[in-house]
Design a binder for this molecule. Structure first.
Ligand code: IMP
Length: 198
């Protein structure tokens, strides 16, 4: 089937396409820019949880597309900075991903606790309007400096629990085997397999 994926983030799109194919779902994934009448803006992410923002993204697009719609809201939670990043991970500090990584390092300069976790919540909206929600979490720590070029966002700083390298160093294939996004979309794929008639 064809699913509209509510993202303009090329990295997320590529990760999700790879993951769904690995899980045996060969849907055609389209993005808002491919719609005959594409939205001229993205919805404001006003929710105070990942789930609220993921739901808001699929519901926003339902005015433009009446088929299946999928979304992903994600972010990084840093134990020493409660509430600062989380759903605001993309916006808590101005500039580029690299600027935000440097700002995070500055905030953690004197921190002894560098624990963090990535969370991804994805939503699948049926054409009926019913929304299913799936969550994936990846625990880890924040490295003392940026290392590696792979991935996006905070990947050059994020060391998954059980590893010594950042996701930026480990690379996309390793990331796809353990990421928060993998865990959330694996749950979505499991739901799809359990409901083959939809
Ligand atoms: P969203 O597009 O509203 O879900 O924003 C997610 C933001 O969280 C991204 O812009 C990144 O800053 C951060 N983030 C979420 N997932 C990842 C990831 O897999 N790697 C690195 N950063 C991520």
């Amino acid at each position: 089937m064809t699913i509209l994926f509510a993202t303009n983030n090329a990295h997320k799109l590529s990760e999700v396409r790879t993951l769904l194919a690995e899980f045996g779902l060969h849907d055609q994934i389209i993005t808002p820019g491919q719609l005959p009448v594409a939205p001229d803006h993205e919805p404001e992410e006003t929710g105070d949880t990942y789930a609220a923002n993921a739901a808001l993204k699929v519901n926003f697009l339902s005015s433009y597309y009446d088929g299946w719609i999928m979304s992903d809201d994600s972010g990084i939670d840093v134990a020493a900075l409660p509430g600062l990043l989380g759903v605001h991970s993309k916006r808590w500090h101005p500039g580029t991903d690299a600027d935000r990584c440097q700002a995070l390092l500055a905030k953690l300069a004197t921190a002894t606790n560098r624990d963090a976790s990535y969370t991804c919540v994805c939503c699948l909206r049926e054409p009926t309007g019913r929304v299913h929600t799936f969550t994936g979490v990846l625990p880890g720590t924040i490295a003392p400096t940026c290392r590696g070029q792979a991935g996006f966002g905070y990947d050059p700083l994020f060391i998954p629990t059980g590893y010594n390298q950042t996701l930026g160093e480990l690379g996309q294939d390793v990331k796809n085997q353990l990421s928060h996004r993998r865990r959330a979309f694996q749950a979505l794929a499991k739901w799809r397999r359990a409901h083959p008639s939809v």
